[in-house]
Design a protein around this ligand. Structure first.
Ligand SMILES: [Fe+2]
Length: 189
């Protein structure tokens, strides 16, 4: 693979800024915007007759460097906090189950996505029909995940999570990215 290639402006946008981690739900919302942009890049890869190497590299970098940590933010912190704070009338269990199913499908496809893109980048081959079909599935699960979360989970989280919940979520998201605790939040009760 040519490691000198860059992602390119406008092909998948930029990762959410770490400055936004003080507002973790906004950070997650930005991550979803990023996912939506990457899905559009995947659509372009699927439709292109020959491999767009910069687009393939942008998607490969996203799945290797950004997606896993986003999924962990939600599975390990956001979802448990929601289960803790939501009442029966919020009825989030069904939505959460559907979202988790799409997340699981995304996770299961990750090795195939990596192998297809890295393989094409290494050999210069175009994506095969089966690889294009697999990427179509991957983008569909990502889109369902982010649409349901934006429409259902994030609005409920904004209403139900306490300030302490948000600080905990922010601290765990910072730690997951190897960042020191936010100095403004240290020793805050
Ligand atoms: Fe998400």
């Amino acid at each position: 693979m040519d490691h000198t290639e860059s992602e390119g402006q406008g092909r998948g946008g930029c990762p959410a800024s770490a400055d936004l981690l003080a507002r973790p739900l906004e950070f997650i919302s930005e991550d979803h915007l990023r996912e939506r942009q990457i899905c559009a890049v995947i659509d372009g890869l699927i439709m292109a007759i020959s491999l767009d190497r910069r687009a393939a590299l942008a998607v490969l970098r996203f799945v290797n460097e950004e997606l896993n940590v986003h999924l962990r933010d939600e599975a390990e912190d956001l979802f448990p906090l929601l289960m803790q704070r939501c009442t029966a009338e919020d009825s989030i269990e069904d939505a959460l189950d559907r979202i988790k199913a799409d997340q699981l499908a995304v996770i299961r496809l990750l090795p195939d996505v990596r192998a297809a893109l890295a393989g094409c980048l290494d050999t210069g081959a175009d994506l095969s029909a089966s690889e294009r079909a697999m990427l179509t599935q991957f983008a569909a699960h990502m889109r369902r995940h982010l649409v349901a979360e934006n429409a259902i989970l994030l609005p409920i989280a904004r209403a139900r999570l306490t300030q302490a919940d948000l600080q905990l979520l922010s601290a765990h998201m910072r730690a997951r990215r190897g960042l020191a605790p936010d100095p403004d939040l240290i020793d805050v009760d």
